[in-house]
Design a protein around this ligand. Structure first.
Ligand SMILES: [Zn+2]
Length: 321
């Protein structure tokens, strides 16, 4: 028994010794590992190289990035010029531009005959048309009697708010896709491109991917389609006169153009520069149920010709095709 007891003790010591060595090895390993980790972190961090994987982030997956896209407008101002009508009706938002700016309509009167004025289709390049719309809105708000009892007048004061926000000048004409909105309506003669002889040539532009491809265009289209518009004025500048809608010009639109030319003194027939107009709002409108439509150009790119256009407003609202 004594011997056996001694043998048992020996085994116990042996096992504990092995356990102790194993624990020491683990601790030692842990210490070595921790030391290596911290030294490698300290050693690596300041010298680690972050090498770029490409030269630049892609800006568009649809358009080439090697050369600047001439139809894309790189600089956009924060907001278009705000218009706030004091003590008057709030406008209704009927759609949004490419950049998400609201397209608004002011409504005056609630009669059966519906008339529509659209300004700012060529944005900041024809900024004075927006100024004129603002002046008309403020005037009608103070003189509601200007609207006959059986008339409703809608004024879209700025159809191209992105262009207007971009610049007051040639760079402010097109929308943010580089599209000329007055060539983007799906009229019978819509065309992406056209012969530039006699036409506006100061910046590259197109009629869009297809007629009605632009949100600004579709906003005005659905507004017109949801109503029965008797007559429409699309304001422009400058100087060429009053263009009747229709290809060829419709009788009703010619009648309206004559009445407006008489009120304003703007040229009619309009000055022919040889330019062929495609996809215009006025042409599309008369092809789609609007009684009569015109493109009317202010005298220059600066003034609103308010007095003449107030006379034109009276002639417009009493016009029945
Ligand atoms: Zn224009």
């Amino acid at each position: 028994m004594k011997l056996r007891s001694k043998t048992s003790h020996t085994w116990v010591y042996l096992i504990w010794a092995v356990n102790g060595i194993a624990i020491l090895c683990l601790l030692g390993g842990a210490v070595v590992y921790a030391t290596n980790q911290s030294t490698s972190a300290v050693a690596d961090f300041p010298t680690r190289q972050f090498t770029p994987t490409s030269n630049a982030a892609p800006t568009s997956f649809l358009l080439p990035t090697l050369t600047p896209n001439p139809f894309y407008t790189p600089y956009v101002f924060e907001t278009s010029t705000p218009f706030i009508l004091q003590n008057g009706p709030a406008p209704n938002v009927i759609g949004y531009s490419l950049a998400g700016r609201p397209i608004e309509v002011y409504t005056f009167g609630d009669g059966e005959r519906e008339y529509l004025i659209v300004a700012g289709i060529h944005g900041g390049y024809e900024y004075n048309t927006i100024s004129l719309a603002n002046e008309l809105i403020a005037y009608i708000n103070e003189h509601p009697e200007v609207i006959p009892g059986d008339v409703t007048l809608y004024i879209i004061r700025n159809m191209n708010p992105d262009g207007e926000a971009r610049a007051h000048g040639v760079d402010g004409r097109v929308n943010n896709n580089g599209v000329d909105l007055n060539r983007n309506f799906p009229s019978d003669n819509w065309s992406a491109d056209w012969n530039r002889d006699g036409c506006w040539i100061y910046r590259p532009t197109t009629g869009g991917l297809y007629g009605g491809s632009e949100p600004e265009t579709r906003t005005v289209m659905s507004f017109v389609e949801s109503r029965e518009i008797t007559a429409l004025i699309s304001y422009h500048s400058a100087a060429l006169g009053v263009f009747p809608g229709g290809v060829p010009w419709t009788q009703e639109s010619k009648q309206l153009a004559k009445a407006l030319a008489k009120a304003t003194g703007y040229p009619y027939p309009p000055i022919d520069t040889g330019c062929v107009y495609t996809g215009t709002l006025a042409d599309w409108a008369v092809e789609n149920g609007v009684g009569a439509a015109v493109d009317m150009e202010l005298r220059d790119h600066k003034n609103t010709d308010f007095a003449q256009n107030l006379k034109a407003l009276r002639a417009f609202l009493s016009f029945i095709p």
